[in-house]
Write a protein that binds this ligand. Sequence first.
Ligand code: 13P
Length: 256
Amino acid sequence: MKTYIVGNFKLNFTVGEASIYLHKLLKALPVYRDVDVVIAPSTVALQPLSLQVDRHKMKLAAQNAFYRDYGAYTGETSFSQLRGLVDYVIVGHSERRHIFGEDDKFVQKKVAAAVRNKITPILCIGETESERSFGETADVIRDQLLGGLADVADDELDKVIVAYEPVWAISSTKAAKLATPDEVSEVVKLIRKTLGETYGNDAAEKMPVLFGGSVNSSNAGAYLTVPGVNGLLIGGSSLILNEFVDIIETAKRVKS
Ligand code: 13P
């Protein structure tokens, strides 16, 4: 299976800054066939960056989109408008869930809209610190995973990527803690077990599962060697070009 290294810029970089970053990243990267490098800049940067990107080297993702293709939805961008610009869309990120109130039903429609529009959704799931402390991690993971996938046909499951991002490990969270590889391993096992019980072992094994939460060039190798982890979703460290390139090179080294 391929390895995915995805940089989520969140609300950072002007269009000009994102373009300069991309220029430098393309210069620094060779073509890595078995590592899919992806960046998710702000929506306004997607159109110019889609003209600039070398798709042999890397791909673009949107950070969010709305599930209706068109209509009276002020301020939204649809998956159908993103067709041709991006290969991936991040869906159900914890910041969307917790700051903007997106629930599993809403996320479910977005995942289905992405698949319908031939864009790969990166479905983010993860428990908060208090959910973990109350022993609710397994329930939250199961609900978010099966809720998110509920409208995807069985024969289209191979078009979805899952990202496990424990909310308490995300760097912007107050008092963020690093997840240990064992903690990551336990939840990744649960994700595959849940997928296996619901959709069969073949689908469970084929679905890429990424990890995200304070990943940097020093800990990327440890997370990438957790069994069942197929890549990383990176926030803060993806904004620092050398860090991001280091992580990509680590992925190449660890996974080949
Ligand atoms: P950090 O890498 O900054 O913790 O962010 C993780 C994340 O939310 C990526 O989507």
